[in-house]
Design a protein around this ligand. Structure first.
Ligand code: F0G
Length: 354
């Protein structure tokens, strides 16, 4: 079997690639579609997760970033810039390093998961924190990119959407057709836009069908659901702490055209799903990712997602990105024992229930 060559090579015919496009790759894409065994049984559906945490920088952003950075390089750009709640900055920094470009990332002060910040600094990006939120940061970088010779690599860059749509192709290939329902977290709304584009294009070329697109915002950042900009968005899921999504209207279109819905989930729903997924399925995804699982549960309970449906939940980022939320969420902490076998045995035997 030949090994995976990365998105640009593997999906060339579906992407805006020409002979001048560098074949940039960190071997992104080709992520697993994992069946949920316990939860499917419990909830009466056939559920899978698209585990995007398996990408090289641990999130789905790699799919869009490989494309955006390759095109920036092709066009002779020397500098890329983005605003980010963390994952975009990690991906931009990694692909920027790989392509030899200067990378500037603008993040909201104090609201970035530790692992994501560690990635940006390790990959050598220039990290600028602003005393404001993601929406403020995006306003600044959009404006700068219009005035200066820098390439904006947020999802308003159309190449980002092109790269990210490939995840929909992989879902269809793994299942042999599109699922009945796709559940996906919504922040800036680029990814739901990309998946919908991908499903439509694959359906056109291969007749794979179309899913209902069900997107989930966090309650404290649910601008689309409330149909108003949220000035001070707040949620434990910092990745989707966004009050004025750039791809707002595309997300609404995706939901309407597909007979789906943009809904919200609470922080408690998200944290419950976060733990359920880890403890019952052995899958560790970051909190924002778990909005898709929380949304699935919510809409099974409401009857909007029918029993027996084939559902794919997108897990957008790896749980290791955000160790602080994990440690703050669990109540059972590591037990400290003396360096002594007897004490170990006594503890283990005492702890085992048969
Ligand atoms: N899940 C994770 C883990 C994310 O990092 C993001 C967005 C989303 C979901 C939402 O995706 O914005 O396309 O609707 N993170 C961006 C960032 C904003 O800067 O990393 P979206």
């Amino acid at each position: 079997m030949s090994s995976w060559r990365g998105l640009i090579t593997e999906y060339k015919e579906y992407l805006p690639v020409n002979e001048n496009t560098p074949l940039l790759t960190l071997s992104e894409g080709n992520t697993p579609l994992v069946p949920l065994e316990a939860l499917s049984k419990e909830w009466g559906v056939e559920a899978y997760v698209k585990y995007e945490g398996a990408n090289p920088t641990g999130s789905f952003k790699d799919r869009g970033m490989v494309m955006a950075v390759a095109k920036a390089k092709e066009e002779g750009s020397k500098t890329i810039i983005c605003a980010s709640t963390g994952n975009t900055s990690a991906a931009a920094a990694a692909y920027g390093a790989r392509a030899g470009l200067r990378c500037i990332v603008v993040i909201p002060e104090g609201k970035i998961a530790l692992g994501k910040l560690a990635q940006a600094v390790m990959y050598g990006a220039e990290v600028l924190e602003i005393k404001g939120n993601f929406d403020n940061a995006l306003d600044i970088v959009r404006s700068i990119s219009e005035k200066e010779a820098v390439t904006l690599v947020n999802s308003v860059n159309p190449y980002r959407i092109e790269g990210q749509k490939t995840a929909a192709f992989e879902v269809c290939d793994a299942l042999g057709q599109a699922p009945d329902v796709l559940c996906i977290p919504v922040g800036n709304a680029g990814n739901i836009t990309a998946y919908w584009k991908g499903f439509k294009e694959y359906h056109e070329s291969k007749g794979t069908g179309l899913p209902e697109m069900r997107g989930f915002e966090a309650e404290g950042a649910a601008a689309i659901v409330q149909n108003q900009v949220i000035k001070e968005p707040e949620t434990i899921a910092t990745a989707i702490r966004i009050g004025n999504p750039a791809s707002w209207s595309y997300a609404v279109d995706a939901a309407q055209e597909s007979n789906g819905k943009i809904d919200y989930v609470t922080d408690d729903d998200i944290l419950e799903a976060y733990q359920l997924l880890a403890k019952k399925e052995g899958i560790f995804a970051e909190p924002a990712s778990c909005a898709s699982i929380a949304g699935l549960k919510k809409q099974i309970e409401s009857g909007e997602i029918k029993k027996g449906s084939k559902v794919v939940c997108v897990l957008t980022g790896n749980g290791l990105k955000d160790p602080s939320t994990a440690m703050d969420t669990v109540t059972v902490k590591p037990t400290v024992l003396p360096n002594d076998e007897e004490a170990f045995l006594a503890h283990i035997k005492g702890g085992v229930t048969q």
